[in-house]
Design a protein around this ligand. Sequence first.
Ligand SMILES: Nc1ncnc2c1ncn2[C@@H]1O[C@H](COP(=O)(O)OP(=O)(O)OP(=O)(O)O)[C@@H](O)[C@H]1O
Ligand SMILES: [Mg+2]
Length: 234
Amino acid sequence: MSAIQRVPTGISKLDSLIEGGFPTDSMVLVVGHPGAGKSTLAGQFVYNGAVKSGVKSVYACFAETKDTFFSNMLRFEWDFERLERERRVAVLDLAVTREAGIQTNLNSIMETMSNFKASILVIDSFTAISMALKEYIDSRVMIHLFYRFLKKSNCMSLFIIDQPWGSTAIGERVAEFMADGILHLETYFDEEGTLRRTFNIIKMRGTNHSKSTYEYEISKKGFTLLDLTKMRKP
Ligand SMILES: Nc1ncnc2c1ncn2[C@@H]1O[C@H](COP(=O)(O)OP(=O)(O)OP(=O)(O)O)[C@@H](O)[C@H]1O
Ligand SMILES: [Mg+2]
């Protein structure tokens, strides 16, 4: 039995909450409300991995277009266009249209992962793909396929899950059980009417992770976890 290897998250403070980083072959869900900062967190992870550790990632855009993703990331001074030109990251622009298209998209993700020898995959968002599938079972099969492929190729992945306002469900009733880890990003308005953001680690297999609630902010530096507060949601 060997010790669990970990990949740094690129988010300061987060590594210390999960024993140094994500387990190298883990599938982690990033679940959050609209505009919670899911893509920012994922982009920061991929960018820092490429720049600081030379880790290659594939970022599959389903929700926003590649161009929008590039310009949003550039606001944080993360130049994904350059990283892609230098073949340090591959960003896939995948439109979800019909089920037939889904299979092609999945093949192209897996092919790119193999050809590019990437060790990280981001799916932004898994919700966007599963919404294109008519049958619930397809979404289950799809997550199984991804899970097996990623474990076999020893790749780490972030699957973004969109959580509608007011919903307590966090996945597809399958993804959340299958995933090795779940990061939960919530937004709400406080009594003064100001948008606040809270972060929890719901699970991280093989890891003695923090059980606390943290506030976080998104600023020009990207995603920043703040010190633990006594704050409780109303
Ligand atoms: N440069 C910036 N400076 C400060 N805050 C920003 C900046 N860019 C984005 N934000 C904040 O981050 C939010 C969007 O972050 P992001 O796109 O990562 O969220 P998301 O959870 O992926 O959203 P969606 O559900 O729409 O995909 C914005 O609504 C805004 O509040
Ligand atoms: Mg997003």
